[in-house]
Design a binder for this molecule. Structure first.
Ligand SMILES: [Mn+2]
Length: 335
């Protein structure tokens, strides 16, 4: 059990607080950061959300008050140096703070990590608050707010919490969805959120380039291992052909997993020269975070990823080999 009262004391002792989440941020990281921002504003804290990646367009509804900033060393260095505390949400791996990480270390800042990803025992944070049974980091924040405060959740806080849980549970469909998620959703609705508007803003604003890129990957999809493994590649030429951007690929792996018979979906994306992002989604028969782990990444049992140095041509055979091997090993264990 996490002692939220202790964490709360630590947080209240700070005046200037930096809030941040991982690169290529998702609804959980962003919703958690915005919920915490409004919660701490209620205590009169000076806080800013500074992320290493820009805010994806579909989450701009969380940014009515322009609370999301994209890290720029020259612009943010002095303020970050002057902070008392850094709160990190949903990061999974400290390295996913990218350019912010060396600055936080250089300034020797206290860090509190709040996350539902599994961690090895040794972690670099000052305080590591992890609950792997939480469906989303946003669920943990709801527990925090309701443990330490009796003030009803504001609509702004509820929008962040709801976004976090909605997106990390695949709209309350994935196996991590629990009764608590629905209870929190009720509390968010009672706080006045417009759940239909949130859903439409996140999921029904696909850009035409994104849909065109999806068309390209689907027409070049590879199926193997008796149809249980579906994989696809994306490179920069495909992005430019579709006029798409890097963030347009988010969610493609989930979509490919929906194919009947597919147990594991795998994306290998050369997102910059010699830098590949791999992304795994499993329906439940296979555990995929150990595959991502063997490439220096990590994640949840059924949703994991890694960023690897090397070209697509070099990385692809290695990742496929390891994936087939792991699936075969796990198949052996199941039988
Ligand atoms: Mn999450």
């Amino acid at each position: 059990m996490i002692n939220w009262n202790n964490i709360h004391k630590r947080i209240l002792a700070a005046d200037r607080i930096l809030l941040t989440t991982h690169e290529n941020p998702d609804g959980d990281g962003l919703g958690s950061a915005s919920a915490m921002y409004y919660f701490l504003k209620g205590y009169g804290k000076e806080c800013r959300i500074v992320n290493c990646s820009p805010l994806p367009l579909e989450f701009s509804f969380l940014n009515k008050d322009n609370i999301f900033e994209t890290f720029d060393l020259d612009h943010h260095k002095d303020w970050i140096k002057s902070t008392d505390l850094v709160l990190i949400f949903d990061v999974g791996d400290y390295r996913r703070l990218r350019a912010l990480k060396p600055l936080i270390e250089e300034c020797g800042l206290d860090t509190i990590n709040i996350d539902h990803h599994p961690y090895p025992e040794e972690v670099p944070f000052t305080v590591n608050m992890v609950n792997t049974s939480a469906a989303a980091t946003g669920e943990m924040l709801y527990d925090y707010f309701t443990t330490v405060s009796t003030t009803p959740m504001s609509r702004e806080i509820a929008e962040g919490i709801y976004t976090a849980i909605l997106t990390d549970t695949g709209s309350f469909r994935y196996s991590n969805t629990n009764a608590r998620c629905h209870e929190i959703a009720i509390a968010c609705m009672q706080a006045g959120i417009n759940h239909t508007a949130i859903y439409q803003k996140i999921y029904e604003t696909n850009s035409l380039p994104r849909v065109k890129l999806l068309g390209q990957i689907l027409s070049n999809l590879n199926l193997e291992e008796q149809g249980e493994l579906a994989w696809f590649t994306i490179d920069e030429s495909m992005l430019s052909e579709a006029n798409a951007t890097k963030s347009d690929v988010d969610g493609f792996t989930d979509y490919v997993r929906t194919i009947r018979g597919v147990e594991v979906a795998l994306m290998i994306f050369e997102q910059a020269p010699e830098i590949c992002r791999i992304n795994f989604r499993s329906k439940g028969k296979y555990i995929v975070n150990e595959i991502a782990g063997s490439f220096g990444g990590g994640g949840h049992q059924l949703a994991a990823g890694a960023v690897i140095s090397g070209s697509l041509v070099d990385i692809l055979p290695k990742v496929l080999k390891q994936t087939r091997k792991t699936m075969n090993q796990q198949n052996g264990q199941i039988k």
